[in-house]
Design a binder for this molecule. Sequence first.
Ligand code: TYD
Length: 401
Amino acid sequence: MKCRICDHEITPFMSFGKMPIANGFLLPDQYDDEYFFELKPAFCEQCYSFQIDDQPDPELMFHDQYAFFSRTSKFMQHHFSEYAAWVCDNHLSGNDLFVVELGSNDGIMLENFAKRGIRHLGVEPSANVAEEARRHGVDTIVRFFGPETATEIVGKHGQADALLAANVMCHIPDLNGIAEGANRLLKQDGVLVFEDPYLGAMIEKSAYDQIYDEHVFMFSAISVANIFDPHGFELIDLLPQETHGGSMRYVLARKGVRAVSPAVTDIVKAEKAAGLHLPETYQHFRENCEASKARLVRLLQEEKAAGRRVVGYGATSKSTTILNYCGIGPDLIEFISDTTPIKQGKYTPGKHIPVKPYAAFAENYPDTALLFAWNHQKEIMQKEGDFAAQGGKWLTHIGDD
Ligand code: TYD
């Protein structure tokens, strides 16, 4: 395959096998038509970007039944209000500001700008979540972002002071199109600010479940700098985040226009020390994934042999990679509890484990809960003290026994 960024020839370093659409929760009468593709990550030795080889058509993943609503987590609501405040305090000044967010989901971030009376526009391809954003007072158009959309926005609203994104940039195969769109959209001193799950955190924890159809890229600072450099942008700041099990906020501006924070040099140095630019790091990661799979399957089989009930907690997109890579189905996990209404009553992609409302967990505790929403561990442990107090055991696919 060719690198999506620089066209260099690249080869996947492993395969997670056949995968369904990660957010494709479904009903039994849809099993026969379920879509599968082979999930194979690759690393580009020229521009250092980490990407998946084959990706389903965007229309199969982001549509009017898209099952992901950002608002489901209180912590994430708090995070986005802080993110918005940080952008306002550090990067916006002057009158008649205009902020655009790509992949604005249910408006969880932009509502913070709307409340401040700042002109804003969400660009969101999934109609159902866009509708939810409008209900929260967030102006939203249903589109994929790119050069044409940018031109359309500039024609209607003028150029923007900031283009924001959160957990979206890594979803987009044509990042050169995004960079070109940013170029058209942003004022000369405008900023591009986005955050995504961080490659460095994934490698450190062997959290391979960050790899699924929607995450076409996992970014490092080194790769982000290389992606935007040919389009005239440079990294001016980097801020590590706790969200999604370890994320990074990237701030870019046109070269030479804004001051560069020392964090950029520091984090690039740390990435080189961790070998994020070296192919052997990914061979080692593959071995860690195989070890993690063997451990999880063994632990679940031991639970079953001991007659203990195991239930999953949080029907995350990430869990689709774990369940399908490890071959874990309803024989090992009775059901997965999830607070998202659109997922409840459906079955998990590929392995067809029932998804039940939270009450199914809370009203009849299992012996063991497999925490698929491990990225919300802090929030979940705070509210699930009773489960552990009554002898309940938590498991994750990460870590040692
Ligand atoms: P998310 O963190 O967005 O992960 P992914 O991007 O992999 O889908 O999803 C968290 C899921 O977990 C979501 O479906 C809601 C669910 N959830 C619960 O059921 N209970 C909780 O307390 C929390 C925080 C999340």
